[in-house]
Design a protein around this ligand. Structure first.
Ligand SMILES: C[S@@+](CC[C@H](N)C(=O)[O-])C[C@H]1O[C@@H](n2cnc3c(N)ncnc32)[C@H](O)[C@@H]1O
Length: 259
């Protein structure tokens, strides 16, 4: 799909239907960066806070930062742990946090499902002085998009979505091997020690969750008109019904760059 803007109704679908992260992902990040209650963590491109909330119990304070006000509004509405603050800002604003935080103040910077929107090389350089020794950057991906998985139901979904958009869908949101290896090289070039982890879990999905997940990845202009959404849902239901049960195996990939 083409670049989504995450505004308006898309942010609502994102908050309601995007996969969260299992506690094992928070534990892996806490272990990798030896996070304690003394640490501040920046979750950049936090969206509606899927990873931010998992990080909250594992750090002293978490800053969820995103340039899309609608995503932050949804994050706030969904409820904030007391040690989370939501900040409006993009990757290019990270350097501006330096005077407020001071050097070496961050335990980690996490970027989940969002690095493909950023200038990653510039970001990795900007975060380095903000991180304490042993802290680092984590680039997290949360499985393959629903319409790009290697299952019969996902292939059927791909057909419906392509037909709605009038173009084949193939965007991989930085989950592909080429992007992952580019990010690893850039972390290393910026002075980080690079490692990686994969955490896998199984999930099952309803048609409502699949349609909501698809809408959460569209730009507002790509969403079917409100009155056409029930028909879109029925198309998805009919196309996927021969391929049930609707199960997926989600691979959360974590690229870890330690300072
Ligand atoms: C796919 S969502 C990921 C949300 C959440 N981190 C997750 O794991 O589900 C991508 C987010 O990146 C944000 N984003 C887009 N461009 C950005 C930029 N230049 N700097 C920071 N965040 C950006 C979008 O507003 C959106 O909320």
């Amino acid at each position: 799909m083409t670049a989504p803007a995450f505004g308006g109704e898309v942010s609502e679908y994102y908050q309601r239907f995007r996969r969260g992260y299992p506690p094992a992902v928070g534990d892996a990040l806490a272990t990798a960066f030896e996070l304690t209650r003394d640490d501040v963590v920046l979750d950049l491109g936090c969206g509606t806070g899927q990873l931010t909330r998992v990080l909250a119990p594992r750090a002293g304070a978490v800053l969820g930062m995103d340039p899309e006000p609608a995503m932050l509004d949804q994050a706030r509405k969904a409820g904030s742990p007391p040690n989370v603050s939501w900040l409006l800002g993009a990757d290019s604003d990270v350097g501006a946090l330096a005077p407020a935080l001071g050097p070496g103040r961050l335990g980690a910077v996490t970027v989940a499902q969002a690095l493909h929107w950023m200038d990653h090389a510039r970001l990795f350089a900007a975060t380095h002085p903000l991180l304490r020794p042993g802290g680092g950057v984590a680039v997290v991906t949360n499985g393959e998009p629903l319409w790009l998985q290697d299952t019969a139901w996902s292939a059927a979904l791909r057909e419906v979505v392509s037909s709605h958009l009038g173009t084949p869908v193939h965007r991989t949101c930085g989950t592909d091997e080429t992007s992952q290896s580019r990010y690893a090289t850039a972390l290393s070039d910026a002075g980080y020690v690079v490692d990686s982890q994969v955490i896998t879990y199984d999930g099952s999905l309803s048609i409502e969750e699949i349609v909501g997940g698809v809408f959460s990845a569209m730009s507002p202009s790509q969403l079917p008109a409100a009155e056409a959404r029930p028909a879109f849902t029925e198309r998805v239901r009919e196309a996927l019904s021969p391929h049930g049960p609707l199960r997926e195996q989600v691979r959360v990939r974590i690229l870890i760059g330690t300072r």
